[in-house]
Design a protein around this ligand. Sequence first.
Ligand code: OXD
Ligand code: MN
Length: 612
Amino acid sequence: MIDVDAVLDAAGVKNSRVRDFVRQWAEHIGAARVEVVNASDDARLIEEALEAGELQPAGEGRYYSRSHPKDTARSEERTVVATNNAADKGVYNNWKPASEMRPLLTERMKGASAGKTMYVVPYLMAPPGSPLASYATGVQLTDTRTVVLHMNRMARVGVEFVNDLADADSFVRGVHVTGDLDDLGHGTPEDQRYFVTVADERTILHYGSSYGGNALLGKIAHGLRQGAYDGWRSGEFLAEQFMLLGITDKQTGKTWHVCGGFPSASGKTNLAMMLAPDALGDRYHVTFYGDDIAWLRVGEDGKIYGINPENGVFGVAKDTNEATNPTAVRSIAERTGTIFTNVAYNEKTQDVWWEGKSPEPPADVTGWRDWQGTLISERSPDQKGAPWAHPNSRFTTTLANVPNMAGDYETPQGVPIDAIIFGGRTRDREPLIRAITDLAEGVYDGLTLGAEATFAAEGTEGVLRYDPMSMRPFMATSEAAYAAHWLKIIGAAKEQPLFAHVNWFQRDPQDGHFLWPGYRDNLRPLLWLMKLKDGEVTGRQTPVGIVPTAEELELEGIDLQPGDLEKILTIDTDRWRQEMAHREEHLRLFPGLPEQIWEAHHRVTAALDAEA
Ligand code: OXD
Ligand code: MN
């Protein structure tokens, strides 16, 4: 028997509710040891992980790990939101009764960490001192050391966060048990894995993975699902899968803040980490706040304030390079403590590589192993063309490593939000940017956000895979409740942010080239949006929002083909009218949607019909 109380005493854990929670679960999962973790333990834990072969060195102050080959991504089918109220069932939240899921997970976890250390990770998903701290505090129990190392990067970790709570009980209880990854029946009818957020009991029970969002409970399960549920239930805030950036005009000293949601593979991290184009760099400075989660609330002055609850970036490695994201390249350089997972690794040089890091893989394959550990030189003929890195391979680094991190990113109340943007990958129809001033039309736009199906197998060409607010996998409540909550929170602001929809991905229908260069040039439409907010430009009203005129965009130094700009500032009414029919079908999935959303849909439809 472990003397859990002695461990908790030695670690200075004073919160009696936390102590009860740790004691109960240490016994239940059968852990051989209990260890309480603080951020300052990182160097020692890294050494231990290197010693144990869980990590390998990737140059100075960087590390490499491989996950189990069957455990390389979030598993949406095995992820559940459970509550005690069937009215919480939505279309996307995969709702199940808490009375069914809690016993099932408890049973599955029984004795499942036998022989292992159970790490106790107290954490905060907010800047310290945040008014949302009581919603942001959690304790993750985990039986995997690399998960602790990731939590140390992605969240603020330390015993002080639970000792300082005004209400000792106001922390999220997270239990992560890895299970036998070789034998969980991945993808079969006997699949043992379950990733459950029991939202109204503020308890997260994840069994059967040690990778990413399945295992780092602070990030997605707490930061998004639990956060979205708590924000709705308390009526106090929104928790969204949003990036957050700042733009400073060095001439006037004014800073604007923009946050927004993008379905995966729509370039959200690249946008969040964007730098100003060279030609505008003397005038504008772009700062980074976060690439994946924002919590939004109304501040005392009636403005919407946003925080990034995270402490790090868990970025997709694929295609990250000096051209697509120079900021990320600096953030994961040597001596940053970055952990790479499932990229290719060279055991001789300790170098790492992923598809798109350079146009071609290293010519000399000596020492290179792919993400599964196979020597490239010994790959079988059928493996020859396979990627070296897993497409969902990642880097994990802390915010402090990001060179253009905003100076005020830890301000407890967050920063005032000037605009909320949505954008998916769409090859036609969606203009470069369209601004929306009406609240219901903005929320409606978020609810009808989607990205085009990229392969025939994923859907019909030209039909979007809808991903409301980019929250489809993270919805905690019914979509109707979610929409009503958005109208309530943003509607309570005295100064409303502008909404906008952006699209960097329109292509020429003939030769397929992108009509807009993207990356750093994406600052230009955002600058226009800020000028619109400040009344310096008026744009052109269309049925789907206000689009810029070519003259209103700052285009100095841009490389555009003749005619392309015109196309991306034009509304294709016929294609839009087709889209409205798809939207209607999509919205019908959600019974009880607020009337204002339907009215917005009908207004936009009527405006398009009038133009046809
Ligand atoms: C995700 C992530 O899965 O951010 O969306 O990791
Ligand atoms: Mn994400």
